[in-house]
Design a protein around this ligand. Structure first.
Ligand code: DP6
Length: 328
């Protein structure tokens, strides 16, 4: 019998240069190119099974049956896969993260990357990496970057097929660590999808987009040459300009908490003292502290001294991949 079931695994990723705002909301064609590092340690594992006779998609995440918006978003993504495969069967989806959802830890990135890969395989589609990345993008923009391995660039593209992410360096290119200072596990008030739609209301977004290619070049070069101090400056500048856009949107989006800002200031001081570390912050209060692996224990110690009680640690991660279920 034809296989209609597959399981896939994907890492989350942290944007080094941020995706914020779409040129085309429906297709999730981004306003600017972005760069990221896959995060081994922050993972989603998803099984998709297309089942004859099922009346509607069933979605279970972290052991809980989903209804409402989450289920609709998953179903809408399965519709893209079904349309491509010319099939109408509904699916059972079972997904698990090993990290908290909705706390600025990009759970949608690993979730939609794993869903795309498992769904495409279960539907019998044979897609290239760039086709999978473009397909994942329709579910969540940042998911496009969780398909390829290691350090990844997502090019804007003019059309659906052209807007995909590709690897610019493998995971072992640079032993960077992301020490995530978890400031809040609470679900964020305004998710990134609604946030992207507000980006254009900020007068700063046009300036941000116009200067993105300069930051992209600087960041890519610093990354490829492992120049940490140059990398640190451009990564922080890019995070700051995205948050400047967020804070000047209508309505404004304030994702930081007081401890977020305290850490941002301290991290710059630590770097001036010679500890190689920089920060980047997504649509949430948590601070991603990027540093070479050797500096991670010292960064962690300093974070705790400032009152951070929980950290998560992630390393450069590989590509999304299918899991051989007969071996699990
Ligand atoms: C701030 O990919 O979560 O993390 O496409 O609506 O799912 P949707 O948005 P999403 O946006 C990520 C925004 C960000 C920056 C980034 O990861 O580049």
């Amino acid at each position: 019998m034809q296989t209609r079931r597959a399981t896939a695994f994907a890492n989350s990723n942290i944007a080094l240069l941020k995706y914020w705002g779409n040129r085309d909301e429906k297709l999730r064609l981004p306003a600017n190119p972005s760069l990221s590092m896959n995060l081994a340690g922050l993972e989603t594992r998803t099984t998709v099974e297309f089942v004859a006779g099922l009346g509607e998609d069933e979605v279970v995440i972290g052991g809980e049956a989903q209804t409402g918006r989450v289920k609709e978003r998953v179903s809408a993504h399965l519709d893209h896969i079904r349309a491509r495969a010319g099939m109408t069967l509904k699916a059972r989806v079972e997904s698990r993260n090993n990290f908290p959802a909705g706390a600025g830890l990009a759970s949608s990135a690993s979730a939609f990357a794993a869903l795309t890969l498992a769904g495409a395989a279960a539907a019998g589609l044979a897609l290239s990496e760039s086709e999978l990345s473009a397909l994942a993008r329709l579910g969540s923009g940042s998911a496009a970057r969780s398909i390829p391995a290691g350090f990844v660039e997502w090019q804007v593209g003019e059309t659906h097929d052209e807007s995909f992410a590709f690897s610019i360096a493998p995971p072992d290119h640079w032993a960077l660590v992301d020490v995530v200072a978890v400031i809040s596990r609470a679900h964020k008030a305004v998710g990134s999808t609604s946030g992207h739609a507000l980006a254009g209301t900020s007068p700063l977004q046009a300036a941000r987009v116009a200067t993105a290619s300069v930051r992209l070049r600087r960041c890519r070069e610093a990354l490829l040459s492992r120049n940490f101090y140059e990398f640190a400056e451009v990564v922080e500048a890019d995070s700051n300009i995205m948050h400047a856009v967020m804070m000047t949107s209508t309505p404004p989006l304030y994702y930081w908490q007081p401890l977020t800002l305290a850490l941002m200031k301290s991290i710059r001081e630590w770097r001036a003292e010679g500890v190689p570390v920089c920060f980047t912050i997504d649509a949430g209060p948590n601070v991603h502290c990027l540093c070479p692996a050797a500096a991670a224990p010292e960064v962690e110690r300093r974070l705790r001294a400032l009152g951070v009680t929980e950290t998560l640690t992630a390393y450069p991660g590989g590509a999304a991949h299918l899991v051989n279920e007969s071996k699990v």
